[in-house]
Write a protein of this length. Structure first.
Length: 302
């Protein structure tokens, strides 16, 4: 495939959008720690605000949101993975710390390296598997030295599995549908499934009543960090593979951990083992594109 100047500019634009989106996502952990309600209730409000803001956007821009029934059911079902990812993400923060949760989320790269070839029936990349194994090493180190956060780590890894799966699914949806349409129907699905869960577990009670300080945080989380960021994150998949998106998404821990230190001083709570594991994971993320370019150059020469 010949890479033209136009294609390169489009690729660079999408990479820039993705990096900005990941920076915004890095802030969600801070908001999750500041908001006082439970993880499930937090996500319920988050998707409700996001769906309302997207609906208002569609009305203002006079954009139709209709899709056929089969597509709607697929997108709404994918919403269960989206909602599950966020619930597990915020639950992990409340069970551990923001840095632990964000480093666990880095395993998205590993899960995508495994799931994407299986779901798309393509050849598994040896380089991706090597990157995945290094990430596992980092996670094992964190488990060993942060054993008091075991529940938080397991929950964080489960969140990464959900994120990996819906990213792969969205890389297929974006080929036929616009990003805002996908985001609206998936977030509507997430709202539906979480509402069912709250209904069955008696979650619609007085604990849903918000404290004044939570309202502002939730509006910021639901609009900027969800509806806007989600649409942007899905839109770049028209140009970028699910694995590349997952790889860049792993910069979220870098932004999130730095902000966590600024807001909460969480870095002081982490052991040397945590940082050793985090360095292995983040180094793998940064070095992967370098290794990929070197391999491509060698193949071009031969």
């Amino acid at each position: 495939m010949v890479v033209t100047k136009s294609n390169k500019e489009s690729l660079n634009k999408n990479l820039l959008i993705l990096h900005f989106t990941v920076f915004i996502w890095g802030f969600t952990g801070i908001l999750g720690n500041l908001i006082t309600i439970s993880a499930v209730q937090l996500v319920w409000y988050r998707v409700l605000i996001a769906v309302i803001s997207l609906f208002l956007y569609f009305n203002f821009s006079k954009t139709t949101i209709r899709v056929d029934r089969k597509t709607f059911l697929k997108m709404a079902s994918t919403g269960a993975l989206v909602g599950g990812h966020w619930v597990l993400f915020f639950a992990s923060i409340k069970l551990s710390t923001v840095p632990v949760t964000l480093v666990c989320l880095s395993s998205i790269t590993l899960f995508t390296a495994i799931f994407e070839p299986l779901l798309n029936k393509t050849k598994i990349s040896k380089l991706e598997i090597l990157a995945g194994l290094l990430i596992i090493t980092g996670i094992v180190l964190i488990f060993k030295f942060e054993s008091h956060y075991t529940k938080g780590i397991i929950t964080g890894l489960a969140s990464a599995v959900c994120a990996s799966l819906f990213s792969i699914i969205n890389s297929k949806f974006i080929k036929k549908h616009e990003a805002p349409i996908i985001a609206f129907h998936e977030l509507t699905g997430a709202f539906f499934w979480i509402s069912i869960y709250l209904l069955l577990t008696g979650g619609f009670n007085q604990s849903l009543i918000l404290k004044p300080k939570d309202i502002g945080y939730l509006i910021l989380l639901g609009t900027i960090c969800t509806s806007l960021a989600y649409v942007a994150g899905v839109s770049v998949m028209r140009e970028l593979s699910a694995f590349k998106v997952a790889l860049i998404t792993n910069l979220e821990p870098v932004y999130g951990i730095l902000m966590s230190f600024i807001f909460f001083g969480d870095m002081n709570k982490m052991t040397l083992g945590f940082w050793a594991g985090a360095v292995i994971i983040l180094s793998t993320i940064f070095l992967y594109p370098v290794a990929q370019k070197q391999i491509a150059k060698r193949k071009a020469r031969s």
